[in-house]
Design a protein around this ligand. Structure first.
Ligand SMILES: NC(=O)c1ccc[n+]([C@@H]2O[C@H](COP(=O)([O-])OP(=O)(O)OC[C@H]3O[C@@H](n4cnc5c(N)ncnc54)[C@H](O)[C@@H]3O)[C@@H](O)[C@H]2O)c1
Length: 333
């Protein structure tokens, strides 16, 4: 499958030009996260629709709103749909575009660090329903992704942390130099390089396995435990914080199983301490509840989970782990 064409714009002025060049004369709509309307001044003639989005409105109702706008604007399969926002907006616009007349052309412009290094890439999209998060979705590769790090000037510390943890994951999976760029006094001075390198790692993994039958699962490093923490805490623990603890636990397991150098964990732990992020989590629900949550994970069959570890930096491995063994590590350390 063809991956997205990725371009980088130096600032918002360049982004405006790059977007117009992409749209050219084609029929299009631009969906903009309404929280960005005061940050980004795009040419008014760009046919922009502001969408109020957040995790609680990441559902079918918003998808229907997007579809209605696309019909009202007489889009067809050759039209271009542009989504500007974080992962919530890109997941919604990605799904709506992939299903509109069986797929129009999609361009994503991620406005969060998590979007730039992770959510906008790889074509996964989806929305939430009564059965859980992202339970309905498709794989639909954007034709174009435009990245502009000027968006990050207005992003909160918490949102920056959510994204940088995904870049650390990319560093552990495929490029140790990303870690060197992050584990410094102020990683924001290296942010453009961090983004480019993180995108490269994700895309090299995607190239071999878009539909997550094997290698793409590496991208779940830290996420199995992270999701469990998010659910156990009723989502009061942020995604980045939860995944960070998940990665840390994974590094501890790798030390026991593969004699992973304990400096890998210590450097990561130092980074978390410096950012005032927690390095441990105490589960509040009982073991049966946790077991039930893990069992619903798409990567589990017969109580065995496909679990991602690293044997060393840049050497990820997928192991079969019984969920009782995983819970033992999480609860009893
Ligand atoms: N499809 C994928 O592969 C994939 C991967 C990871 C995460 N996701 C999804 O991404 C979502 C999380 O995405 P997110 O972390 O980007 O959150 P988000 O989209 O909710 O954005 C976070 C908050 O920041 C605001 N915001 C966005 N850009 C801003 C900016 N430049 N300045 C100031 N505020 C800004 C948003 O309005 C929102 O309030 C989740 O729903 C998750 O399921 C998808």
């Amino acid at each position: 499958m063809k991956l997205s064409e990725i371009d980088y714009s130096n600032n918002f002025n360049d982004l405006d030009i790059d977007l117009k060049n992409y749209i050219n004369t084609d029929n299009h709509v631009v969906f903009l996260d309404s929280n960005l309307s005061s940050i980004l001044n795009l040419d008014e003639n760009l046919n922009i629709f502001e969408i109020d989005i957040n995790e609680s409105t990441k559902g079918l109702e918003t998808i229907q709103k997007l579809w209605s706008i696309m019909f009202d604007q007489s889009l067809d399969r050759n039209s271009k749909v542009i989504g500007i926002g974080g992962g919530v907006l890109s997941d919604l616009v990605g799904f709506a575009t992939s299903t509109f007349k069986r797929g129009a052309k999609l361009c994503l412009i991620p406005s969060t660090l998590l979007g730039m290094v992770d959510a906008a890439h790889g074509g996964k999209n989806g929305f939430n329903n009564d059965y859980g998060k992202n339970q309905i979705g498709t794989f639909f590769i954007p034709e174009k992704i435009l990245i502009c790090s000027e968006f990050l000037d207005s992003l909160s510390e918490n949102e920056l942390n959510n994204g940088i943890i995904e870049s650390i994951k990319a560093g552990l999976l495929g490029d140790r130099t990303i870690l060197d760029l992050i584990y410094v006094d102020n990683f924001m001075k290296n942010i453009d390089e961090i983004i480019k390198k993180s995108v490269k790692v994700k895309n090299s993994i995607l190239q071999n396995d878009i539909e997550e039958s094997n290698e793409r699962m590496f991208l779940n490093l830290g996420h199995t435990i992270g999701h469990l923490i998010e659910k156990d805490s009723d989502f009061s623990v942020s995604h980045g914080q939860a995944v960070a603890i998940g990665i840390l636990k994974g590094l501890e397991i790798a030390e026991t199983k593969y004699h992973l150098d304990n400096n890998v964990k210590h450097q990561f732990e130092d980074f978390l301490n410096k950012k005032s992020l927690k390095t441990d989590y105490k589960f509040s629900n009982d073991i049966n509840y946790l077991k039930e949550i893990i069992s619903n994970d798409k990567k589990v069959s017969n109580d065995v989970i496909k679990f991602v570890l690293i044997q060393d930096i840049e050497k990820p491995i997928l192991i079969d782990l019984h969920i009782n063994d995983l819970l033992e590590v999480l609860i009893n350390g």
